[in-house]
Design a protein around this ligand. Structure first.
Ligand code: GUN
Length: 284
């Protein structure tokens, strides 16, 4: 029985981060500093872990960062006022408002208030539209990280059957778009998809981003497919689990990403890239 090779997100992301670090040093020599503001509202433990990782990455790369940790009781107007202040802050090139926000705050309204030039998550409608057209400055962080992981295996995307499970605005939709820009033949599956297993079995490249633990089983995967697992599901025992049954699928895939240590580190590496891009754009 064959065994899939593991795509190590830590190794691939370290390389990206090293490149970003060198770019920051170059910018510093030209008198350009790079700064990121990270906004977190409330006490969601997962968000706290993500925000800490993002700040740590900034420190390692030489990006100045500011954290705004706000109480859950903050009003939408107060948050809008903070975003507006950061839009005009010349030390800050990128603004990231960690999702999810408390229910009384309209997340869309906050995202649309961020200057598109500082929108390092690429969530603003203007940047989403640019990704759709294929003329974009900011990469969608998680999807772009997935593309880097696929390409790190030497796999050519052009002409391949690519199946994306999940249609979220953050991952599924932009993932499909990036694969399409790379000339993949792309299918998006979701909760209403009929014969999910059959559709998935057509995939040379399979990306799972639904948030259902171990949804993708061995019998849904084509022999030698490349499998990317975006899932980050916290189980009752506290352990982290992906959308892919790693052990079973490893027996048929050619390459597979682990959870944790696969896609997660790539999301942060792309965020760092985008923050540098933001600084460059704003220095023009
Ligand atoms: N919550 C989960 N993933 C993300 C992300 O990539 N960016 C932000 N801002 N919030 C998130």
């Amino acid at each position: 029985m064959s065994q899939a090779k593991i795509i190590d997100g830590k190794v691939v992301s370290t390389k990206v981060r090293q490149e970003v670090k060198e770019e920051v040093e170059k910018l510093n020599q030209q008198g350009i500093n790079v700064g990121l503001a990270v906004v977190i509202v409330g006490k969601d433990p997962a968000s706290r872990i993500y925000v800490n990782s993002k700040k740590k990455a900034c420190a390692e790369i030489g990006i100045y960062s500011e954290e705004y940790a706000l109480d859950e009781s903050i009003t939408e107007q107060e948050l809008l006022t903070l975003v507006e202040k950061l839009n005009h802050d010349t030390k800050i090139n990128g603004i990231l408002v960690q999702s999810p926000l408390p229910k009384h705050i309209n997340e869309n309204r906050i995202v649309e208030a961020i200057s598109p030039l500082k929108d390092v998550d690429a969530f603003h409608a203007q940047n989403v539209g640019k990704i759709m057209i294929g003329d974009f400055d900011f990469l969608p962080c998680t999807p772009s990280g997935c593309i880097d992981l696929i390409e790190s295996t030497g796999t050519e995307i052009s002409g391949k059957n690519c199946v994306v499970i999940g249609r979220s605005n953050i991952v599924g939709k932009p993932m499909a778009m990036l694969l399409l820009h790379k000339n993949g033949t792309v299918t998006i599956c979701h909760s209403k998809t009929r014969n999910l297993a059959e559709v998935c079995r057509q995939a040379d490249i399979l990306v799972a981003a639904v948030g259902v633990p171990n949804l993708v089983k061995k019998d849904m995967v084509k022999q030698d497919a490349v499998v990317i697992d975006v899932g980050m599901n916290r189980l009752e025992d506290g352990s982290l689990c992906g959308d892919v049954d790693f052990e079973g699928v490893s027996q048929v895939a050619s390459y597979i990403t682990p959870v944790p240590g696969g896609v997660g580190p790539m999301t942060i590496a792309t965020l760092m890239k985008n923050t540098v891009t933001a600084a460059k754009i704003q220095s023009r």
